[in-house]
Design a protein around this ligand. Structure first.
Ligand code: NAG
Ligand code: NAG
Ligand code: NAG
Ligand code: NAG
Ligand code: NAG
Ligand code: NAG
Ligand code: NAG
Ligand code: NAG
Ligand code: NAG
Length: 371
């Protein structure tokens, strides 16, 4: 589900691109694969991209998508890519990492019939020696041009990280964009040795104004989709009266535009329910991050049930400040019930869902040059 929703939403949002003022990008590593060595480009959010030439261990071949796809792939950095016709395993080595820090790592793949074969390849991506995922593109009618994205929250245990593409005999591996975004250490915690693979970052409610859905509205450059379950949820109104910059943030650093909007049950006397089953299963457990903020100067209180069992009692979303609650569960089946003393129905502003994967070796175990 996340792949489908995220891909579609991602492309849709690019149409509404807005360029915002530069903000601190310190620690961002943004690599435009296949771009000329001295290239210096920015994306629609003003993030500065560099060529991948300084990061490749084995050479690969720079390529470009066919020009018919440059309108579909709005982001200029998706127009070039690097493919690896030789060797089974080819790696990037990304330096300048602060050892032990937590990163959001995002890989993007835009095929765009670059090789004229009109056939999507299937290949594996690794972090160091550990397999992260298989990259595939599905059917051409649901994914014209062939776009795919993979994202993980991962603690890098050295000053560098290897990102590798592995040919599994189903076509030539390629890659278009590599992004690394540092996160605060105490966010998105996984058990030791575990990393969190993104299903989705969901802004519940409709987007507020001309929200770009990525950096710089989001200091961590997460990619937010928006969603309302028609008939069951409605948008909570009024938040437009809030003055920009008056929210107080926690370490999850949620975009104002995401937290301004919230959902509430269509029938105010019903519980609010979120019941999803992703199309692709990453692991048995979901790591679910729920973000709450009261946007009207009113008080509401509710209890949270996970899979029908009481999980959290008497939550009062704080006025203009974010409260994040984490749930680890083997189903995304959550309901919010107003307490008997609450006159207002429950709300939720945003939800993120990740799957846990365990890597069995240190991500940098592999010696250089074996690639
Ligand atoms: C890239 O462009 C930016 C903005 O035009 C400029 O500040 C920067 O010095 C350039 N970097 C290189 C390596 O050319
Ligand atoms: C790594 O950091 C050094 C020192 O800060 C800098 O000179 C160099 O350009 C950086 N390399 C990359 C690939 O960002
Ligand atoms: C995160 O944790 C690592 C390892 O404990 C530490 O080196 C790094 O300084 C921490 N970063 C922040 C921002 O606290
Ligand atoms: C949104 O963008 C449109 C077109 O650029 C502009 O006319 C409008 O004023 C913007 N709205 C806000 C609230 O910024
Ligand atoms: C908020 O406004 C929208 C559009 O006007 C409406 O459809 C929705 O029902 C409203 N929500 C509430 C909770 O009143
Ligand atoms: C809008 O805010 C006012 C004042 O806080 C409140 O009385 C009203 O119920 C709110 N409307 C909605 C739809 O939440
Ligand atoms: C809302 O739910 C209550 C309790 O289930 C029900 O009695 C009422 O008819 C519902 N209202 C609407 C408008 O559906
Ligand atoms: C919220 O409402 C309370 C009580 O009505 C009032 O004292 C307070 O000033 C209000 N806060 C804001 C920011 O409007
Ligand atoms: C969600 O949990 C409730 C309570 O246990 C259960 O009745 C319902 O069938 C569950 N829904 C799904 C889709 O599993």
């Amino acid at each position: 589900m996340w792949r489908t929703i995220l891909n579609v939403a991602f492309l849709a949002f690019l149409v509404h691109a807005v360029v915002l003022q530069a903000r601190d990008q310190s620690g961002f590593i943004s690599i435009d694969c296949g771009a000329p060595a001295m290239s210096n480009s920015t994306d629609w959010t003003d993030i500065q991209y560099v060529s991948d030439v300084g990061f490749i261990i084995s050479s690969g071949v720079p390529k470009s998508v066919k020009s018919d796809f440059t309108t579909l792939f709005k982001q200029q950095q998706l127009w070039t890519l690097r493919n690896f016709p030789k060797g089974r395993r080819n790696c990037y080595k990304i330096n300048n990492i602060t050892m032990g820090s937590k990163y959001l790592i995002r890989l993007e793949f835009s095929y765009g019939n670059y090789d004229g074969l009109n056939t999507f390849p299937v290949f594996d991506v690794y972090l160091g020696v550990n397999k992260w995922d298989t990259v595939s593109f599905g059917a051409a009618n649901s994914n014209p041009g062939g776009y795919s994205i993979r994202e993980i929250i991962h603690i890098v245990s050295q000053e560098y990280i290897n990102i590798c593409l592995v040919n599994t005999g189903l076509g030539t591996p390629f890659i278009s964009i590599i992004d690394l975004r540092p996160l605060k250490n105490d966010t998105y915690s996984a058990p030791p040795g575990g990393s969190l693979v993104t299903y989705y970052h969901v802004n519940l409610g409709y987007p507020y104004n001309n929200y770009s859905n990525r950096y710089e509205d989001d200091p961590y450059d997460r990619s937010w989709i928006y969603y309302i379950q028609q008939g069951e949820w409605v948008q909570l109104n009024n938040s437009s009266t809030i003055t920009a910059g008056t929210f107080s943030q926690n370490d999850y650093q949620l975009p104002e535009a995401v937290m301004r909007t919230a959902i509430t049950p269509a029938n105010a006397s019903d519980p609010l329910k979120i019941n999803w089953r992703p199309q692709v299963t990453i692991s048995d457990e979901y790591y679910i991050y729920m973000h709450f903020m009261e946007v009207n100067n009113q008080t509401r209180e509710f209890n949270i049930f996970v899979d029908g069992k009481p999980f959290y009692e008497n939550l009062v979303p704080p006025y203009l400040s974010t409260k994040t609650i984490t749930v680890v569960s083997n189903a995304i089946n959550i309901s919010f019930h107003k307490t008997s003393r609450s006159t207002l129905p429950p709300i939720i502003n945003a939800i993120e869902v990740y799957g846990l994967i365990q890597f069995y070796q240190s991500d940098t175990f592999q010696a250089d040059g074996i690639c």
